[in-house]
Write a protein that binds this ligand. Structure first.
Ligand code: TXA
Ligand code: MG
Length: 360
């Protein structure tokens, strides 16, 4: 634990701006103060208590989940949720996932049906997000739904995240803790690089185990839809649903508003399915047969293990996206299991920027 403002006693020093500045309403404040003193705390009971206090007072806390780091706010507090959009520079039409400590709490916020129950039983806590109709008495701010009448709910499988959710006693709205359009963070250092000065606190729980965002499934219609391949392989879903969930139709963009915006994009271009290396390229390798080790190189998994590759993907993209590198050449990755989600992120990162797809 280090640095920062005294917290153990006295009022929460959430906003160091002068009182006059603090009167500006956060929801319309596009010149939000980005000079907060962001603290990083290591995992410890005192850190959790402090993070919970910051969240209950309307602050923003980045915390680890098993997938990626989330940028958390009290989902029941409009103003706190609005601050998420400001800190990330996220378009207001892109809804947020609400995180709950257990299935019972998540089920109370939405109209949970038999399919949801079966999926929750099989995969929660875990890297699966379910989109369901909001319950009449849904506690989550309407801002979480970004104008839709649905809510995305998830129960993460990470001890620090679960302890934090328990301690706050309220659902946490939490998108990935990156600036909108960038690669999701899988370490506390990644979060600091993206959001330093914009949030009150970062809980450091070490690197994320899964490394890819959760799989997002919509249960709004008769047939389940796979809105985003992710940390839970589609093959596992099929075992419970009886079939692989279909992707939304191309002409139904509102199925997942986040799929409209550019995302997962390093600054440098990506060249996919590379089998050789061009001058000035860095290599994102996979498997034992690496064509060249001439330039900067990260091997996602020398053994060809997709889980290991998923866990390393975002950190590797950040590492190779550096001065002196003209482009990042990516070796082929098998389109099965977690490989589907890895290839999804790589295709989005490689898409022409003005047409790039996906969610912040
Ligand atoms: O693993 C994860 O899911 C991480 C961790 C922090 O939980 N969170 C995350 O959130 O990746 P975010 O906001 O970066 O991505 C959420 C995706 C977006 O594409 C968003 O559009 C979609 O889920 N989404 C959220 N609510 C939705 C809703 N009501 N209907 C359709 N799509 C929704
Ligand atoms: Mg995101």
């Amino acid at each position: 634990m280090h640095g920062g403002i005294g917290f153990a006693s006295g009022p929460l020093p959430l906003d160091p701006r002068p009182a006059r500045a603090r009167l500006r309403p956060a929801m319309t404040d596009h010149t939000a103060d980005h000079s907060l003193a962001t603290e990083t705390l290591a995992a410890a009971p005192a850190s959790i208590a402090r993070a919970a206090a910051v969240l209950r007072a309307g602050g923003l806390v980045a915390f680890p989940t098993e997938t990626v780091y989330g940028l958390g706010a009290d989902a029941t507090n409009d103003r706190a949720v609005a601050r998420i959009f400001e800190a990330k520079g996220r378009p207001r039409f892109n809804p947020l996932i609400c995180h709950f400590p257990d299935t019972a709490a998540a089920a109370g916020a939405v109209r949970f049906d038999a399919r949801a129950r079966a999926l929750a039983e099989a995969f929660w806590p875990g890297p699966l997000t379910l989109v369901l109709p909001r319950a009449a008495d849904c506690p989550a701010s309407l801002l979480c739904s970004a104008g839709l009448d649905s809510l995305a709910v998830r129960v993460p499988d990470q001890p620090l995240a679960r302890a934090l959710l328990q301690a706050v006693g309220r659902p946490l709205a939490a998108p990935s803790a990156n600036r909108s359009g960038r690669v999701s963070p899988t370490t506390a250092a990644h979060v600091a690089a993206e959001l330093e000065g914009r949030i009150e606190l970062i809980l450091d729980g070490g690197p994320c185990r899964v490394g890819l965002e959760s799989t997002v499934v919509s249960l709004l219609g008769e047939a389940p839809l796979l809105l985003r391949p992710g940390g839970l392989p589609a093959e596992a879903l099929a075992e419970v649903l009886g079939a692989l969930p279909a992707a939304p139709a191309e002409d139904a963009p509102l199925a997942s508003p986040g799929m409209l915006a550019s995302h997962y994009a390093p600054e440098r271009p990506l060249r996919l399915n590379a089998r050789s290396l061009r001058p000035d390229e860095a290599l994102l390798a996979f498997g034992p047969a690496v064509p060249s080790d001439a330039g900067p190189l990260v091997n996602l998994s020398p053994a060809g293990d997709l889980r290991e590759a998923a866990a390393r993907l975002f950190a590797a993209l950040r590492e190779l996206d550096r001065p002196g590198v003209a482009a990042i050449a990516v070796m082929p990755i098998p389109e099965r299991g977690l490989g589907r989600a890895i290839n999804d992120r790589l295709r989005r990162a490689a898409a022409p920027r003005e047409r790039a797809v996906s969610g912040a």
